[in-house]
Design a protein. Structure first.
Length: 282
């Protein structure tokens, strides 16, 4: 899933970002607020990429690896709709501080993939909200479902239950009480076939950890060499205060992605290029 800005892409270089951070740290927030207030609503086009399950089993890299990008030539972007910000919060605490976003909040027809990072977040985000806002955080107006056609009577009780706690309806099913909502099986999760041995092991998928990182650098350099310069300067600026052995280990990673990439970072860090060999241990 992708959100691509409809405003175009403009970036700050490192020096501009530092200057704004020290002199006007609310610059971006104010720009967004004023744009919405003036009716110049920012928008993003929402796209999806769809990979058939049979492709996922044999693709050249693990499609559930969060560090990978699915090539658009293999799986083109499909436009779905737009996200438009057309209203500023009226009360920051009620509408922002109490907002409880979670990747487990899914609409019917969309299910979570086997991405391990996502799987961990499905529980942790909602559990964080339960700790931060209480077990009934989904009853807070900003988090409440506004268009649901059924109510979950089993999700009740606890502190700050402020919606009548579903009255006298039973909290179980099946039941014989008229008017209680029944589970709609058309919204049930799809079934998946699983076959194999579970255990802890090193992954043996032929993943290439460096190709896409190198390809990104080469594309940036081709499209705009100045942006490639900024990338190198930013990396050097963040890495320069690290310990020597960490610097050397990191430049070897950049070198494995692209030789020139690693050499330029090496030069910026004033490290001898003799440490760079493709097969050197990290």
């Amino acid at each position: 899933m992708h959100f691509k800005t409809d405003q175009g892409n403009k970036s700050l270089n490192g020096e501009e970002a530092k200057k704004l951070a020290s002199e006007d740290p609310d610059y971006a927030t104010r720009d967004l607020y004023n744009a919405i207030a003036s009716g110049n609503f920012p928008s993003w086009t929402f796209y999806v990429q769809i990979m058939p399950e049979r492709d996922a089993l044999n693709y050249r890299f693990n499609p559930y690896d969060v560090t990978k990008v699915w090539p658009h030539k293999d799986y083109p972007l499909i436009p779905v709709g737009k996200l438009v910000l057309n209203k500023n919060p009226e009360n920051y605490f009620a509408e922002v501080e109490q907002a409880a976003f979670s990747p487990s909040h899914l609409v019917p027809g969309i299910e979570a993939s086997e991405d391990k990072m996502l799987q961990g977040r499905l529980f942790s985000y909602s559990d964080t909200h339960r700790h931060r806002l209480g077990g009934n955080y989904d009853q807070i107006p900003i988090n409440r479902s506004r268009n649901a056609n059924r109510m979950d009577y089993s999700n009740r009780d606890g502190f700050m239950s402020v919606m009548g706690n579903y009255g006298g309806y039973p909290n179980y099913e099946p039941n014989s009480v008229a008017g209680t909502a029944k589970e709609d099986q058309s919204y049930a999760q799809s079934k998946k076939f699983i076959n194999g041995v579970t255990g802890r092991y090193q992954p043996n998928h032929p993943n290439d950890d460096y190709f896409q990182a190198g390809e990104l650098y080469r594309k940036i350099k081709k499209l705009n060499p100045v942006d490639a310069d900024h990338l190198i300067n930013n990396i050097v600026g963040h890495l320069k205060n690290a310990k020597r052995h960490i610097k050397e280990r990191q430049v070897k990673i950049f070198y494995k992605a692209d030789k020139e990439y690693g050499e330029r970072v090496c030069e910026g860090l004033l490290i001898s290029k003799s440490v760079l060999t493709e097969n050197s241990k990290m």
